[in-house]
Write a protein that binds this ligand. Structure first.
Ligand code: ZN
Length: 257
């Protein structure tokens, strides 16, 4: 079987058969990869702990007929222990994993993929999404900011990278500033004249917080104990609208935000 190497962060795992798992891995050069990890649920497995969620590893993967197979994994950084020891951080990391899983399309199967792009260096989008995820997971594991805020910021930044960046400075229709309405379907803020039936009222404070989430302006975000209810509602609405589905773990995060 042909092999390819990449580094990756495991997003989630599903048990398969008696001792195997299917792991979903975000990589910088191959996008999102799904591969079988054989025997990892056996206590003596060498691969086991290296393929848990939120572990960053160097991987060697064999191209299989239907699914690829993880052949080797060497841990670069195990964020898992720090993240899983704190429920809020774990929940925030779960929101992030679910978000990128929904944003990133399945790659064409590797055997076809190699034929199309044998020297693929990773698309700019894949590399940028991988770096964003790595930065956010590392931030969470070091407890640099409130886990909820890290997750909400991540959701908005990952969506912005994917092309869904809301316009916050002026009406999406006429360009007038100081808007008091926000519409996900219209793509941002709207003035009194152009607001839509689905717009929600938004004040300057929530817009500042939204902008800070997108820019990663931690001096603004850390100055307050929590995000406004409107800010949280807009992140949920924006992600649900553009991903076509709600991020389920975001609802759990909402309950502790
Ligand atoms: Zn307008």
């Amino acid at each position: 079987m042909p092999l390819y190497s990449d580094e990756g962060m495991v997003l989630r795992t599903i048990d398969l058969g008696e001792a195997d798992r299917i792991v979903t891995i975000l990589t910088p050069r191959h996008g999102k990869v799904r591969a079988v990890a054989r025997g990892v649920r056996r206590t003596k497995s060498r691969l086991g702990g290296r393929l848990e969620p939120f572990v960053r590893s160097n991987l060697l993967i064999a191209t299989g007929r239907s699914l690829d197979v993880v052949s080797q994994a060497t841990v670069i950084t195990a964020y898992a222990r720090s993240i899983c020891s704190d429920y809020n951080a774990y929940l925030a990391a779960s929101v992030m994993a679910e978000t990128i899983d929904k944003i990133t399309p399945e790659q064409p199967h590797a055997s076809t993929w190699h034929e199309i792009a044998p020297q693929n260096a990773g698309s700019a989008q894949d590399v940028a999404q991988y770096r964003l995820m790595l930065g956010a997971i590392s931030t969470l594991s070091r407890r640099l900011h409130t886990p909820c805020t890290v997750a909400y910021s991540y959701v908005m930044r990952a969506l912005a990278l994917a092309g869904w960046l809301p316009r916050l400075d002026s009406c999406v229709v006429c360009g007038e500033g100081e808007c008091r309405h926000f519409s996900s379907s219209a793509g941002g803020v709207m003035c009194d004249t152009h607001q839509l039936p689905d717009s929600r009222t938004v004040d300057a404070h929530a817009l500042t917080q939204l902008g800070a989430l997108i820019d990663g302006a931690w001096d603004v975000l850390d100055a307050e104990p929590r995000l406004d209810a409107t800010t949280i509602a807009i992140v949920e609405e924006w992600s649900e609208y553009y991903l076509d589905h709600p991020i389920r773990s975001l609802r759990l995060l909402h309950s502790i935000a």
